[in-house]
Ligand binder design. Structure first.
Ligand SMILES: CC(C)(COP(=O)(O)OP(=O)(O)OC[C@H]1O[C@@H](n2cnc3c(N)ncnc32)[C@H](O)[C@@H]1OP(=O)(O)O)[C@@H](O)C(=O)NCCC(=O)NCCS
Length: 401
């Protein structure tokens, strides 16, 4: 259950001010039509009124992206037109972007995307208007959505194996994204499992990176810069970085289990309990809003079951969930499941958070547009708690200590 955290008030020089809980815990800061996270996990909504697990299990990338941006599932004509446009943007890559990408060292691909998004902004929208209509904003949103997989695949391959996988618009967006990551064409099952995770990641209320994007949009900065800010926020281990950390943790547990000659599903309990004793976080568990269940795990689990070593992984994850429920009353979150799913697909771990971004860019851009079209600068007050009353002292008169 959510902790009871109350707002308090104080009288300021210009009237009463609200003091909200640290981390904006349990605070509603605005309305949105794009998605809503239900703390019980039963009714987390994607735009238009669908539950996230329904869309995650059934919609393809184009349908879900269209839904989040236009508010309804596309009919056949709308689908074809949207797909055609998005696919055409996948190949409109400025040559100078590729030249620039070749210079970047083999660091985490999330660094690379911030740089690439900023470059895209300079190519496609060097001047950003203070007023714009939906069509203008949507065009730039689609460019970002279309090019994100290419950028991350280049970020991974170019500085490591020198390969540059160009988009193949004859393949659907998600399957082609996985092809560029793996350097081989995936099977239909692999592509579908991967696509479902992109759809599940697309949006999730005012999560940290989406809120970062909305704060950026509220200053009327351009959509590319706002998306780069979203990437910066998503990169952190308490947010998108958790899928990488969750898998790294499971692999560490597996190494220890192998050394002891015990199957992982039998060892995982001891591993988690020991970590908890050391007061360490178990990555892939807990959530700011979900305190009972994350419905996205139900869809992801079905795909984990069908992929390589699926039975083994489901046993391990089920056991880990049992232990965390017993010890901390914390549910698994989607990152635990996608971490395993991407591992089953043979994707290198530093690409897991970038894949999260390939989905979430759809939500970021939808939120950017919603904020931009109905804007109010997001700028909270603060309560200064440091000393006051000092006067400037020239350097020569300052004490050395
Ligand atoms: C996601 C997260 C940041 C949410 O944080 P939060 O809303 O501030 O967490 P809560 O207030 O619900 O935490 C309640 C308690 O459980 C603990 N806790 C939360 N997640 C935990 C985890 N994954 N492992 C161990 N303990 C955890 C907290 O330390 C806190 O303990 P305390 O009451 O003794 O201080 C947190 O659960 C976390 O760090 N999880 C691991 C990272 C992760 O998987 N992130 C992806 C989120 S989709």
């Amino acid at each position: 259950m959510s902790k009871e955290v109350e707002c308090t008030y104080e009288e300021g020089p210009l009237g009463r001010r609200i003091i909200v809980p640290k981390g904006l815990y349990n605070v509603i800061v605005d309305t949105t039509e794009i998605s809503g996270v239900d703390p019980t996990g039963k009714a987390t909504i994607y735009r238009g009124g669908y539950t996230i697990d329904d869309i995650g299990a059934n919609a393809d990338f184009y349908e879900a992206a269209f839904l989040l941006h236009y508010g309804h599932l596309p009919n056949e004509d709308e689908y074809k037109e949207y797909k055609k446009k998005l696919d055409s943007y996948r190949t409109q890559i400025p040559a100078k972007l590729i030249d620039a990408l070749k210079l970047v060292p083999a660091t985490h691909p999330m660094y690379y995307a911030q740089f690439a998004y900023n470059l895209l902004g300079q190519f496609f929208a060097p001047e950003w208007p203070q007023k714009a209509n939906f069509e203008f904003l949507e065009e730039h949103a689609m460019r970002l959505i279309a090019l994100t997989p290419f950028i991350f695949a280049a970020a991974w391959h170019l500085p490591r194996d020198g390969n540059l996988y160009m988009p193949d618009p004859s393949l659907p967006h998600a399957k082609d994204a996985l092809r560029m990551i793996l350097g081989r064409e995936p099977s239909d099952l692999e592509a579908r499992a991967f696509e479902a995770t992109l759809v599940l990641y697309m949006d999730h209320g005012f999560n940290a990176s989406t809120f970062t994007v909305r704060v950026s949009a509220s200053t009327l900065t351009d959509i590319y810069s706002a998306a780069a800010a979203g990437v910066a926020s998503l990169k952190g281990p308490l947010h998108g970085g958790a899928n990488e950390q969750a898998m790294a943790m499971l692999l560490e547990a597996k190494k220890q289990a192998d050394a002891k000659g015990v199957p992982l599903d039998q060892y995982i309990e001891e591993y988690i309990v020991e970590k908890l004793k050391r007061k360490e976080l178990i990555m892939g568990f807990g959530h700011r809003v979900y305190k009972i269940h994350d419905p996205r795990t139900d869809v992801a689990r079905k795909f984990v079951q069908q992929l390589k070593d699926g039975d083994m992984w489901v046993k391990v994850l089920t056991k880990a969930e049992e232990v965390m429920q017993r010890e901390k009353k914390l549910p698994a979150n989607i990152d635990l499941y996608t971490g395993v799913l991407y591992y089953q697909l043979g994707i290198p771990i530093p690409m897991y958070t970038p894949i999260f971004a390939m989905g979430r860019i759809v939500g970021w851009t939808a939120h950017y547009i919603e904020q931009f079209l109905n804007n109010k600068l997001i700028r909270p007050d603060e309560k200064y708690v440091g000393p006051t009353g000092l006067k400037y002292v020239p350097m020569s008169q300052r004490s050395r200590k």
